[in-house]
Design a binder for this molecule. Structure first.
Ligand code: NOJ
Length: 760
């Protein structure tokens, strides 16, 4: 009986396994047979990604003669082509006019929403709400796929600890654990949990790798890093995206320890494919193959060879592959196997999308008219914006605002549509954006008198404005001289009960190629805030930005400070809801705010050093500064609510934990204030002694809970030895027994600590 059951079981297992293998076998047979018919040129053509340049290019070249190239089978995919009609035209060229009728894939930078524009990714990560983040990428996938796209260049998961780098705006901040959860949630949303119906698109995790660690926060700059730091601190989010099934990976512009990422065999093959088991295809960043020449890696033929050999499958825009690979093959510098492998991977992606079965799968004008800018996406944009705001200060409960009296709404961003969407909203239309003035009026109608004055330009520095405004005039200069603007603002403020000043960065002051060495507010805005503060009235600062700003002085001058980031098209409505208390802010910083640029790079999970800094102690020979404390302006995880949350002392299920046991940590959080609200309870650990130096704190888990005023909630976390693992000096993932500290709190700084021992 026993033998019979075993045989039956093994038969069932074999059957299930072969049934699961069937689709992939079928795919391989199909692609092998197609590739059998392809010429060398057609195979190389599949590795070519072009953009006709009708939209914003991010390099100095755009593709030429695209239509002929499609007909000749010299193109594998396109990006920057927007809308069902244009995409249908291009797809029809490939299907009807190219010899083998191979469909194209159509990509785009869908970074924070598609046409419906959501808050910038850094803002979204401050929600610490993975369901909402997944909903944002799901909605973006539904909308962009309805408009003909099958591939999005997102998520950007580069860990960033240096806010001088403008692209911190595009990522999820500084923490590997939070960043990994965000990466996973976004992949799930884009790829519809890897169920490739016509609402799912291929995700592309970028920029692989370590782009966020560019020296001095300067764009495209060098990264040089120990392997241990890479594995523990920078690589986890990329790996999480690969584990979640990301169909593609984009290589980064930077070099890594002396070798550009785009030609880095260790990175693109040994790590990505062999260690992590990545099965999709790798695309270069914009002309990144060609740029290896400027990196000093050789001429176009040499760098194209280097990239292909490294495992880089698709060449974005530069056409190094298209123009040199057949020569390199003749000269024996690459093999046909190298080219076949890359071609196979790209055809597999098309197959998985279902484009061979139906090349027009994503081209349904009815779907587009229903899904693009639909009311439910607009509603989601508002919800996301509300959840992304971080309340940094609220003295004397200045916020929420009363719905009576007079509000002076002041500031260069108070009535500005252009800058609401934020960086990388290539398909968004600023005309749909709601500025704060409109949002306040929508919210309270005539019950509040609103007097508006611009007060200042975003910047008065003409050299800076010229550089920032290359693509669009996002920083405008008012016809009125600065003194007049300021005078008008003071006059408006004098009539009011409360002043709301909307200040910050224009959209183009952050994002790609927008590094800043001074991350303060522009001088004219600082002056405006100073003048308003002198009036002695309650002053609320609404700060729109794409990065942490050094605003210590402005924070001290204001009664309340709300960071909204660039909040997307529903900015004004969402901000009004938050200001009037219709939504109680719940965002927590996913990135540290420094006091000054000299503290940068600054991050909560730093090492202790041998001479650790002691707060409030002035002694010599410590790891500190003479002119500023080590504390940030606002730490990672920080964010207030209109209500107060009181934490009980955490209890540990035991203080000695055996290796097969789990530790449970419980804390009761009580809402002691006057509003219902959400709190993100955070759990950090510290390994007190290790085989290598370990961070002073590491985020291990968090829970966002809604608690009604007066109510309490018990929040329980479990920790196992697996959660305490890290990469040791041999790059082995290990758990090391010993003493640990467990921290529970409302942010990375305000925590209660407990001790415990994890045994072998
Ligand atoms: C350059 C950027 O680095 C990348 O993020 C983007 O996806 C490509 N350009 C394509 O626009």
């Amino acid at each position: 009986m026993k033998t019979y059951t075993c045989v039956l079981l093994s038969l069932i297992i074999t059957f299930v396994a072969s049934a699961q293998n069937l689709p992939s076998q079928k795919m391989t047979v199909f692609i092998d047979s197609l590739m059998g018919k392809m010429t060398l040129e057609e195979k190389i053509g599949q590795l070519n990604l072009v953009t006709p340049g009708s939209d914003i290019p991010t390099g100095s070249v755009v593709s030429k003669g695209v239509e002929d190239k499609i007909r000749n089978g010299n193109v594998g995919g396109m990006f920057g082509v927007i809308g069902v009609d244009k995409i249908r035209n291009a797809q029809t060229l490939a299907i009807k006019d190219s010899r083998l009728h191979i469909p194209l894939i159509f990509g785009s930078d869908v970074i924070h929403g598609y046409k419906t524009t959501f808050p910038i990714p850094l803002a979204l990560s401050c929600s610490w709400d993975m369901k909402l983040i997944e909903a944002s990428s799901r909605a973006a996938a539904i909308e962009s796929s309805a408009d003909g796209l099958s591939w999005v260049f997102s998520p950007m998961v580069d860990i960033a600890r240096d806010p001088r780098w403008g692209r911190v705006a595009e990522g999820a901040g500084e923490d590997p654990y939070l960043g990994s959860l965000v990466a996973k949630a976004m992949i799930k949303g884009y790829q519809n949990n890897n169920h490739f119906d016509n609402t799912a698109v291929l995700a592309c995790v970028k920029h692989f790798a370590l782009y966020g660690a560019a020296e001095s926060g300067r764009e495209y700059n060098t990264t040089d890093m120990s392997a241990v730091r890479m594995y523990n601190e920078y690589l986890p989010p990329y790996k999480a995206a690969v584990d979640a099934g990301s169909a593609s990976v984009m290589s980064s512009f930077n070099d890594i320890n002396g070798l550009p990422a785009t030609g880095n065999h260790w990175l693109l093959t040994d790590l990505l494919r062999k260690q992590w088991g990545f099965k999709g295809f790798v695309v270069s960043d914009y002309t990144a193959v060609n740029e290896m020449t400027a990196h000093g890696m050789g001429n176009l033929q040499t760098v194209s060879t280097l990239a292909l050999k490294a495992g880089m499958d698709m060449d974005m825009v530069g056409e190094g592959y298209l123009t040199t690979l057949s020569k390199s093959l003749k000269e024996g510098k690459v093999t046909l196997k190298d080219i076949d492998l890359a071609c196979h991977r790209i055809l597999e992606a098309k197959y998985k999308l279902g484009l061979f079965a139906n090349p027009y799968k994503y081209l349904d004008a009815d779907r587009a008219s229903k899904e693009v800018l639909s009311p439910n996406k607009k509603a989601l944009a508002k919800t996301l914006a509300e959840h992304s705001c971080v309340l940094l200060k609220n003295a004397q409960q200045t916020l929420p605002l009363q719905q009576t009296g007079t509000i002076a709404l002041i500031g260069p961003l108070a009535n500005d549509k252009m800058n609401m969407l934020g960086t990388w909203s290539v398909s968004g239309n600023y005309k749909f954006a709601i500025p704060v003035l409109e949002g306040l009026k929508n919210n309270v109608g005539n019950s509040v008198k609103i007097v508006y004055a611009k007060g200042a330009n975003i910047s008065d520095d003409s050299g800076f404005i010229k550089k920032a405004n290359v693509f669009a005039e996002e920083i405008t200069t008012d016809r009125k001289p600065p003194e007049v603007l300021l005078q008008e603002a003071v006059q408006a403020a004098q009539q009011a009960d409360v002043i709301v000043a909307v200040v910050g960065e224009s959209a183009n002051m952050s994002g790609e190629s927008s590094s800043r060495s001074d991350i303060g507010l522009p001088e004219c805005q600082q002056k405006m805030i100073e003048a308003l503060a002198h009036l002695g009235k309650p002053l609320v600062l609404v700060v729109m930005c794409g990065r942490p700003l050094t605003i210590e002085k402005e924070v001290s001058e204001a009664s309340a400070v709300l960071v909204t980031w660039h909040a997307g098209q529903e900015a004004g409505n969402a901000i009004a809801d938050v200001l009037f208390g219709k939504y109680n802010p719940s965002g927590k910083l996913s990135i540290t705010f420094p006091k000054n640029v000299g503290q940068v790079p600054i991050y909560y999970n730093h090492k202790n050093t041998g001479r650790p800094y002691i707060p409030n102690e002035s002694s010599k020979f410590k790891s500190d500064y003479l002119d500023v404390s080590n504390e940030p302006l606002f730490p990672f995880g920080f964010g207030l609510s209109y209500t107060n949350f009181n934490y009980s002392k955490p209890t540990l299920s035991k203080t000695e934990i055996k290796s097969n046991e789990k530790l449970t940590i419980k804390v009761t959080v009580t809402n002691t204030g006057n509003y219902d609200g959400e709190e993100t309870v955070q759990l950090y650990t510290r390994q007190m002694m290790g085989s290598i130096t370990r961070p002073v704190k590491e985020l291990k888990d968090f829970q966002k809970v809604f608690i009604k005023k007066g109510d309490s909630k018990e929040v329980a976390f479990t920790l196992s030895t697996e959660d305490l693992q890290f990469y040791n000096n041999n790059l082995k993932r290990v758990f090391e027994p010993g003493n640990y500290k467990i921290f529970i709190g409302t942010n990375s700084n305000d925590v209660t600590e407990s001790d415990c021992v994890f045994l072998q």
